[in-house]
Design a protein around this ligand. Structure first.
Ligand SMILES: Cc1ncc(COP(=O)(O)O)c(C=O)c1O
Length: 402
């Protein structure tokens, strides 16, 4: 059957009719354990009662009024984000890419209002992913996403991650900012060392640059802190957030210090839908749960447990898993076999996991996952590895008795 949807995604032959916590109910009649969480989006799992209530209550009041009027739910969410981070101001958008566009524009305007319009270059890091708009594909710098879309948006320089010398060499009189994911998500759950993040902060201070952290995948509790930057002791000037903050409702945000945000004055940036009352109600409800005492500690504890169990899994299946990466509940398995084969083998065990760059399989369970369900996921991963191994044996010994 041909689909009327543009074929930009390789969609699996599977759809879901409902979800509950970390479980998804497929239209194939099967129940799946969801370790993808809609690519790190469903932070509180599916149909979380507090989120459902918040959205339903807001839906019965007002959906949209535009940013021409006050939106008290948005003031409240922004204030809570400010109270819990380095930031003084928040701009709401609808997606990660839009939040990053706001960050990029903010960095450029900062230097513009400082009288340095030539400073519009942003340095990013190889393997980065910042979104799919023209600006953010230029920021991400990946040839496969840039191909065929005309001249790359000017003003993005890229260096290898953790390469301090290359970074120092590229910083020049045009440089405005450095932009980095504290853990590269799409790039393959690649950690950036705290030492390197500290070097970035020092370089920014030395050269008058803004430091932008893209926490679209790592933020909102995913690593066991509200934001991953907290592990490093380094604070950015600008930070982008999306995915988990909406728990499944489209919501992005660009947070900034008053100094970094000073160029985005009246009329310089905007959005119709960003900060819409429905999104704000859900964002507040997500924070209600994530900021409950003990919640983040539980994510950290479960993350350590998962990491330990995955290391044991790797030891049991060295011909399948080469490396375990990540922190908290953003974990990656670099596989020996093609990661697509592993994702399929896991799905055959009714476990949803997600591929990433560098031949990595991502595990992104909802943050509300229980230890029992973590153990269940390990059982299913074990079974997936065993199934691939059985296939390897068959290929290695053609004619062997099955
Ligand atoms: C680190 C990071 N930045 C930006 C984006 C883009 O977000 P969106 O797809 O909501 O535009 C993503 C999405 O995967 C991401 O992981």
């Amino acid at each position: 059957m041909t689909s009327p949807l543009l074929p930009t995604f390789a969609r699996a032959e599977l759809s879901f009719e409902k979800g509950e916590g970390p479980w998804l109910y497929g239209r194939d009649g099967e129940r799946y354990l969801d370790f993808g969480a809609g690519i790190a989006v469903n932070a509180l799992g599916h149909a979380h009662p507090h989120l459902v209530k918040a959205l339903a209550e807001q839906a019965g009041k007002i959906w949209h009024s535009s940013n021409l009027f006050q939106i008290p739910e948005g003031e409240r969410l922004a204030q809570r984000l400010v109270d819990n981070t380095f930031a003084d101001f928040v701009f709401f958008a609808n997606s990660g890419a839009e939040a990053n566009e706001a960050a990029i524009k903010m960095a450029r305007r900062y230097h513009y209002v400082n009288g340095n319009p030539e400073r519009f270059h942003i340095v990013t890091f190889e393997g980065a992913f910042h979104g799919r708009t023209l600006g953010t594909i230029a920021a991400g710098g990946q040839a496969k996403y840039l191909e065929g879309f005309g001249p790359k948006v000017q003003g993005f320089d890229q260096v290898p991650a953790e390469d301090l010398e290359a970074l120092k060499a590229v910083i020049g009189p045009q440089t405005a900012a450095l932009m980095i994911e504290p853990i590269q998500g799409e790039g393959g759950v690649r950690n950036v060392s705290n030492a390197f993040l500290r070097e970035l902060r020092a370089l920014c201070d030395q050269h008058g640059l803004l430091l932008i952290f893209d926490e679209i995948q790592t933020g909102v509790g995913r690593t066991g802190k509200l934001f991953a930057y907290e592990w490093s002791g380094v604070t950015p000037d600008i930070m982008t957030v999306a995915k988990g903050i909406g728990g499944g409702f489209p919501l992005g945000a660009c947070l900034a210090t008053a100094e970094a945000g000073k160029g985005l004055t009246l009329g310089t940036h905007g959005t119709t839908f960003g900060g819409n009352p429905l999104a704000m109600a859900v964002g507040n409800a997500v924070l209600d749960v994530i900021l409950e005492p003990g919640f983040l500690e539980s994510v950290e504890r479960k993350g350590l447990l998962l990491k330990q169990r995955l290391a044991e899994l790797k030891d049991r299946h060295p011909s399948i898993i080469a490396e375990v990466r990540g922190q908290g509940l953003i974990m990656g398995l670099r596989t020996v076999v093609p990661n697509t084969e592993f994702v399929s083998a896991a799905r055959a065990q009714k476990l949803i996991v997600i591929g990433a760059g560098d031949n990595v399989v991502r595990l992104l369970p909802p943050l509300i996952i229980t230890e029992a369900d973590l153990a269940e996921a390990i059982n299913r991963l074990d079974a997936a590895c065993a199934a691939i191994e059985a296939g390897q044996k068959t290929t290695a010994q053609p004619g062997a008795v099955q």
